[in-house]
Design a protein around this ligand. Structure first.
Ligand SMILES: [Zn+2]
Length: 269
């Protein structure tokens, strides 16, 4: 499933190719995505792509009088291709911009193509999203305030998109290791100093993943461009039973909220 770093790399890649271009056509081959593709999308020709922003894992294509909202769902990918490139099975949506085509491929069809006028961030799908982890809004102080009322384990707190958006399972384990915090610790028991370390480690973890994917930005013109998770060399994730890269203790695996968590019992107290 594409996580925040993949979505951010996608954003950078398509923004580089499409910003300032005029939409010349739209093709919807399969409107039955997570939600039906609205009819307004078919009438986007003539508008200019002003900017492409990201909120959580949603991409917001600013078209002046409204926003195209794109989401990659479980298996989606966006690529920029030359016009006339034959559509393959699962290529459900094209936004044509003169000599470039933005194409959504989504085999499982959990992705989204939506249209909204007015404040895009106030759209029902976006309005309740938590703090952006890479923004200045996520500070140690803010994290400390956010965690006070929560008895839930910090790992599960981190994965709750209503609090902080876009910290997926891999990145939550990795960030907690970097911060030296046990994933089972109750969120509200984290100290101010721990929250300071954790806010920083969340940003470091996500930035490292974006950097790992950054080399693929130029490949967005290639037919087999962007997709999938980056092969990041993890510190703890998926390393159960292996030696900790810091202290050589054996990494442990546990299940929290039906998701695997990995941690070092020595480094993470
Ligand atoms: Zn360790």
């Amino acid at each position: 499933m594409p996580e925040l770093p993949e979505v951010e790399v996608t954003r950078r890649g398509i923004a580089l190719q499409l910003t300032g271009r005029i939409i010349s056509g739209v093709a919807v081959r399969e409107p039955r995505l997570r939600w039906p593709v609205p009819r307004e999308v078919l009438a986007l020709a003539g508008r200019t792509v002003r900017t492409i922003r990201r909120r959580g894992k949603y991409l917001l294509v600013d078209c002046g009088d409204g926003h195209l909202i794109l989401h990659l769902g479980m298996s989606g990918s966006l690529r920029v291709l030359p016009p006339g490139t034959p559509a393959q099975k699962h290529d459900h949506f094209d936004l044509v911009l003169g000599d470039r085509v933005l194409r959504l491929r989504d085999p499982r069809r959990f992705g989204a193509v939506l249209w909204t006028t007015g404040d895009a961030e106030a759209h029902p799908l976006l309005a309740h999203l938590g703090v952006e982890p890479l923004s200045r809004a996520l500070t140690g102080e803010r994290l400390h305030a956010l965690t006070r009322a929560h008895r839930t384990a910090i790992k599960q707190f981190l994965m709750d998109g209503r609090r902080i958006v876009g910290v997926g399972n891999i990145y939550a384990s990795e960030a907690l290791f970097r911060a030296g915090i046990n994933p089972k610790k109750a969120a509200r028991r984290l100290t101010a100093r721990e929250c300071e370390r954790l806010a920083k480690s969340i940003k470091d973890t996500l930035r490292a993943a974006i950097k790992a994917g950054g080399s693929s930005i130029q490949n967005f013109l290639a037919a087999d461009g962007a997709a999938g998770e980056y092969q990041v060399r993890t510190l703890v994730y998926d390393r159960g039973g292996q030696k900790c890269r810091r202290c050589a203790s054996l990494i442990r695996r546990l299940v929290q909220g039906q998701r695997s968590t990995y941690y070092c019992p020595t480094c993470q107290r």
